[in-house]
Design a protein around this ligand. Structure first.
Ligand code: 5GP
Length: 215
């Protein structure tokens, strides 16, 4: 854990247009960074084949989600493709309490909200190597109907247009190299000056007030 003086861990956001390979990249990143915990989002979207309640998402109904919004239960939330998705505050806080850093896999609207609530968040955007590669991947994975794919591509263009708001851009043109880059970012983030002050505070005090050695 790279906890700061407040005793909380770091917060990472990864966003990408769907079809960029984000889910596989994040799985590999989590294997290599054991202090990092992936927050499980709430969604009103129906579960896809193979998705497990509480592991991929917490699948809830629209009324429950709206009640959560009214009770400010969400650190951020967004409506994506006609469904609600949100990060419950208690998810993040529980991971921090357990001494973990937290990773949110969310869309660009959610990333915006998190940046406002937590200006010290580390935000990473994953880009596809090209729009053609993204289109091929969305068709190839066979998850969605053609009109859904067309909508996802439109959405992808919009999301990619917002990538300039992120701290880091990573292009997924080679899986292993992209994972290496993500691990590099996660490992380097706690070393930035603002995070290090609490850790090196005593040394800085000593440097500012040299001890006089008597002979
Ligand atoms: P999918 O339905 O393919 O799992 O996700 C659709 C989009 O919703 C993806 O861009 C994904 O990152 C985003 N998403 C998933 N969980 C959350 C969340 O908690 N908040 C927000 N804002 N977006 C989310």
């Amino acid at each position: 854990m790279s906890s700061d003086s407040r005793g909380t861990g770091d917060l990472f956001v990864i966003a990408a247009a769907s079809g960029t390979g984000k889910t596989s990249l994040i799985a590999a990143l989590l294997e290599r960074c054991p202090t990092l915990a992936l927050s499980v989002s709430d969604t009103t979207r129906p579960a896809r084949r193979g998705e497990i309640e509480g592991r991929h998402y917490r699948f809830i109904d629209v009324d429950t989600f709206r009640q959560g919004i009214a009770e400010t239960r969400y650190l951020e939330y967004a409506e994506v493709f006609g469904n609600y998705y949100g990060t419950a505050r208690d998810q993040v806080e529980q991971h921090w309490a357990e001494g973990r850093d937290v990773l949110l896999e969310i869309d660009v609207q959610g990333a915006d909200q998190v940046r406002r609530a937590h200006p010290d968040v580390c935000s990473i955007f994953i880009l596809p190597p090209s729009m053609a590669a993204l289109g091929e991947r969305l068709h190839g994975r066979g998850l969605d109907e053609p009109e859904v794919i067309a909508r996802r591509l439109d959405e992808a263009r919009r999301e990619i247009g917002a990538c300039g708001d992120f701290d880091w851009l990573v292009v997924n043109d080679d899986f292993e190299r992209t994972v290496d880059e993500l691990v590099g970012i996660v490992n380097a983030w706690p070393l930035r000056c603002a995070s290090q002050y609490w850790r090196v505070g005593q040394l800085l005090d000593e440097a500012a007030n040299p001890i006089t050695i008597k002979d």
